[in-house]
Design a binder for this molecule. Structure first.
Ligand SMILES: NC(=O)c1ccc[n+]([C@@H]2O[C@H](COP(=O)([O-])OP(=O)(O)OC[C@H]3O[C@@H](n4cnc5c(N)ncnc54)[C@H](OP(=O)(O)O)[C@@H]3O)[C@@H](O)[C@H]2O)c1
Length: 258
């Protein structure tokens, strides 16, 4: 049986990954800060599936968090076949007047923890010549996002980083996928203090289950990236590349100002 490590497994997309991988007979290591939610999820999954589940309660913005996660897994003698770097958050608002500590925490979680965990588990996958990594980015990665500036930049980092790793590791039998969902029904918008009037955009909201299904399918097909959303979401990613920057940025600033 293979084992998947999922960060941000206590809710939303991470929880859906845990549920669908459990149904595929995959052992799980679940990481997040909310101990009670992780216990509840473990109980639910173990009632339905014969799999092993380990919980690591950790704030991944803490210094050396990835090392602690790695050491805990090594001490238990577990092999991670699938690493899912999913934990992430954003913060809506004007950067200059925002909480600076929160902006730094976005970088610590969305970028540093992801890079650090990947750097710890990838060499072991290389030795075994097998393994997979899914990094959860977003369609906000494809253009700068006024009023979500650090979040969108962090997601752009994940796309670039993951695709480079896809190319570096293919020959070693290791798959790296970056998944870029459009708007998904989760706690994300509340956590990010996103104004409700803007959260209900004209794009269709997808579910976490759809994100997981499409991501696992893309991973099976050795795709480097997948964009998950309706036609408007897909068109938005293309427009971001062809509309002149000044026009695009002014349009985005107008649409996303509260
Ligand atoms: N929802 C969307 O529209 C959307 C679209 C594109 C991409 N995404 C991305 O999808 C990923 C999952 O988000 P979601 O939509 O499922 O939102 P969510 O329901 O808020 O889930 C976020 C997860 O990250 C965990 N987390 C947050 N801060 C953490 C920390 N400091 N240390 C460890 N874990 C932490 C949370 O657990 P605890 O609070 O228990 O720690 C939770 O399990 C994120 O990377 C997000 O950027 C979301």
């Amino acid at each position: 049986m293979s084992t998947a490590l999922i960060t941000g497994a206590s809710s939303g997309i991470g929880k859906a990954f845990a549920q669908q991988l459990a149904a595929r007979n995959t052992n799980l290591v679940l990481v997040a800060r909310s101990q009670e939610k992780l216990y509840q999820l473990t109980k639910e999954l173990q009632e339905n599936f014969h799999i092993d589940i380990e919980i690591i309660v950790k704030d991944l913005t803490e210094p050396h968090a990835a090392q602690t996660v790695f050491d805990t897994i090594q001490a238990k003698g577990l092999t991670i076949d699938l690493l899912i770097n999913n934990a992430g958050f954003g913060d809506y608002g004007d950067f200059a007047s925002s909480d600076g500590d929160k902006q730094v925490k976005i970088v610590q979680l969305n970028i540093l923890a992801l890079v650090d965990l990947t750097h710890k588990f990838l060499p072991l996958m290389r030795q075994r010549q097998s393994g997979s990594i899914i990094n959860v980015s977003s369609i906000t990665a494809f253009q700068p996002m006024p009023y979500l500036s650090v979040y969108a930049a962090s997601k752009a980092f994940i796309v670039s980083f993951s695709q480079a790793l896809w190319a570096e590791n293919r020959a070693y039998g290791i798959r790296v996928l970056v998944t870029c969902p459009g708007p998904i029904e989760t706690n994300f918008f509340t956590q990010a203090n996103f104004p409700p009037s803007l959260a209900g955009s004209t794009e269709q909201m997808f579910t976490s289950e759809e994100v997981v299904q499409q991501s696992l399918k893309a991973l099976d097909n050795w795709q480097p990236a997948v964009v998950i959303g309706d036609v408007k979401t897909q068109i938005r990613t293309i427009l971001a590349r062809i509309v002149p920057r000044k026009i695009l940025l002014n349009m985005l600033a107008r649409s996303f100002k509260s």
